[in-house]
Design a protein around this ligand. Structure first.
Ligand code: HEM
Ligand SMILES: *[C@@H]1O[C@H](CO)[C@@H](O)[C@H](O)[C@H]1NC(C)=O
Ligand SMILES: *[C@@H]1O[C@H](CO)[C@@H](O)[C@H](O)[C@H]1NC(C)=O
Ligand SMILES: *[C@@H]1O[C@H](CO)[C@@H](O)[C@H](O)[C@H]1NC(C)=O
Ligand SMILES: *[C@@H]1O[C@H](CO)[C@@H](O)[C@H](O)[C@H]1NC(C)=O
Ligand SMILES: [Mg+2]
Length: 282
């Protein structure tokens, strides 16, 4: 008896250690289960919270991966939030994040609504917002979103083919309705990156296939569809996953530049639409 007890306790202790080591190893490999989701439940923003034209950052703020008030965002805070919430690595965000600092007068930070500064990152022919010259470029608009929502008919997913078609359709709509329409290589690259991002964060970054239900909730409610079965990607979203999707969407969108338009980045102080021809620099 006196000998058997310690042996039994030892073997019980050993199996507990083995079990906890196994579960730690499992967790270390599972990006979704690393998160304490009880700390990251969806909360709709209040009227004093700052929200902007980016459904990705709004969603991260609505789940507490960014400050829920959407304010005092620095580049490191944004990178950490994107990694924790979506497994999106900074290499895909660095240009946008740096440009974002130009939307605010503060040295090293901005708030989400600052991002609607037209001509910085914000551009025409968005998937879910009106063009700056035509309406509100900051808030979700169901009429604008119809083009994406109705794409890939007969399938329950979106993919790079449908994303490219939607890019082209939204570009055609803006070109036909917006006399101030801007469409340089800068807007083209930003728009293509944004489309590859919604496919990757709501779907599989390796295939670019994303369930329609998840994408719709992401845009319409700026919510992670946790109850509906969405899980944070276990595949890191990096240049490696983004590259092929970006190329497929870019090709499918059949983009052409508009003659005479050059890219620039608008600063917080603002910028003229046509500095060469409106007399503001010459
Ligand atoms: C977690 C990573 C991110 C995801 C999944 C994401 C996703 C998206 C998507 C899908 C759009 C297109 C919205 C539309 O066309 O209606 C968008 C727009 C935008 N994003 Fe993000 N984004 C991310 C990170 C960022 C970062 C780091 C910045 C800058 C700090 C940023 C700034 C913007 C801006 C300014 C727009 C508005 C562009 C426009 O449609 O006119 N995003 N984002
Ligand atoms: C936070 O951001 C607001 C503007 O949104 C600014 O007025 C304030 O100074 C910032 N606070 C800190 C501690 O940086
Ligand atoms: C943008 O940021 C500046 C400085 O943080 C702030 O004073 C300003 O009110 C913001 N503008 C918008 C539209 O949020
Ligand atoms: C949404 O956009 C459409 C098309 O530009 C516009 O007619 C409508 O007024 C907008 N809706 C809201 C709520 O702003
Ligand atoms: C996207 O889905 C449509 C409809 O199922 C299909 O015809 C198309 O080939 C798919 N695109 C890719 C790249 O798989
Ligand atoms: Mg826009």
């Amino acid at each position: 008896m006196k000998i058997q007890l310690p042996v039994a306790s030892l073997s019980l202790a050993y199996s507990l250690v083995a079990a906890s080591t196994a579960s730690q190893q499992f967790k270390a490999r599972d990006a979704h289960d690393e998160i304490d989701w009880s700390q990251h439940q969806f909360q709709a923003p209040t009227t004093t919270d700052s929200r902007g034209p980016c459904p990705g950052l709004n969603t991260l703020a609505n789940h507490g991966f960014l400050p829920r008030n959407g304010k005092n965002l620095t580049i490191p805070i944004v990178f950490q939030g994107a990694l924790d919430g979506f497994n999106v690595h900074k290499e895909l965000l660095i240009t946008a994040a740096k440009a974002a600092l130009f939307t605010s007068d503060l040295d090293d930070q901005f708030e989400l609504e600052n991002l609607s500064l037209h001509g910085n990152i914000e551009h025409d022919a968005s998937l879910s917002r009106e063009d700056h010259a035509l309406g509100n470029n900051n808030v979700f608009n169901e009429t604008i979103f119809t083009t994406l929502a109705n794409s890939n008919p007969g399938s329950d997913f979106f993919n790079t083919t449908s994303a490219g078609q939607v890019q082209k359709a939204r570009l055609d709509q803006s070109q036909a309705s917006n006399p101030a329409f801007r469409n340089t290589i800068k807007e083209f690259e930003v728009r293509t990156r944004e489309s590859s991002l919604y496919l990757q964060v709501m779907g599989d970054p390796l295939t670019g296939i994303a369930p329609k239900q998840f994408v719709n909730i992401f845009f319409r409610e700026e919510r992670m569809p946790l109850e509906e079965g969405w899980r944070k990607s276990n595949t890191p979203v990096t240049g490696q996953t983004d590259g092929p999707l970006f190329s497929a969407i870019a090709r499918g969108s059949q983009w052409q530049p508009i003659a005479g338009q050059c890219p620039w980045v608008t600063l917080a102080q603002g910028a003229p639409d046509d500095p060469v021809n409106d007399g503001s620099i010459l």
